[in-house]
Design a protein around this ligand. Sequence first.
Ligand code: ACO
Length: 209
Amino acid sequence: RHPGWPARLGPLKVGAGVVGLRPIRLRDAGDWSRVRLRDQAHLEKWEPTAPGPWRDRNGFWSWPPQWMALRGLARRGQCLPLVITVDGEFAGQITVGNVIRASLRSAWVGYWVSSTAVGGGVATAAVALLVDHALTLGGLHRIEATVRPENEPSIRVLTKAGFRQEGLFQRYLDVAGDWRDHFCFAITAEETGPGLVARLVQQGRAERV
Ligand code: ACO
């Protein structure tokens, strides 16, 4: 067993409903595929470039190999791959990935939320829950997030959660068919104070249930 895995986090109540995080499952295939096929226009412009049409890459049978690969990395302590639920229903994914231990103890966080659940604090709650976990039980010291300057909702999520902008990575990631500049945001354990969730609660953005 690796530090912080498997994890079930929350619940935390926000405008959109009650947010929870739990490990990805093989039986998420149906929900994962249904939401992602419907949400192509909402998701594709922010996601890494990949070969083949969206409908093939996001069909039911694309999930089992992804699930297995992520589960393998999680078991080796290299990522924390979770499903976001809202009121118990599948509503997206959040992953802490590229976990490096030893004297770096750093990782990135990435997320997406179903178009039917956006605008109600879900992603911010998910980031706060997972970053608190990763920086405590997960044994990490620093979490980074890279985001395109055009992605205003995601920049807002990171800012609300307490991340700092550190810089601009030029032509950093192959996203939506080209090399895209990304802002680098980060947070380290020294900056979390009482915890990111506790701060959201203090600010009235979330409620423990
Ligand atoms: N311009 C500026 N702000 C906006 C816009 C806009 N066009 N649209 C929404 N917002 C604001 C919202 O008002 C809200 O801020 P507020 O609480 O101050 O009102 C904020 O953006 C969104 O916060 P949440 O409600 O916590 O986030 P949500 O659950 O809506 O999820 C997310 C946001 C994850 C970015 C979602 O829109 C999504 O899945 N987008 C597509 C995939 C994606 O971009 N993922 C992130 C990639 S970057 C990364 O992973 C580090």
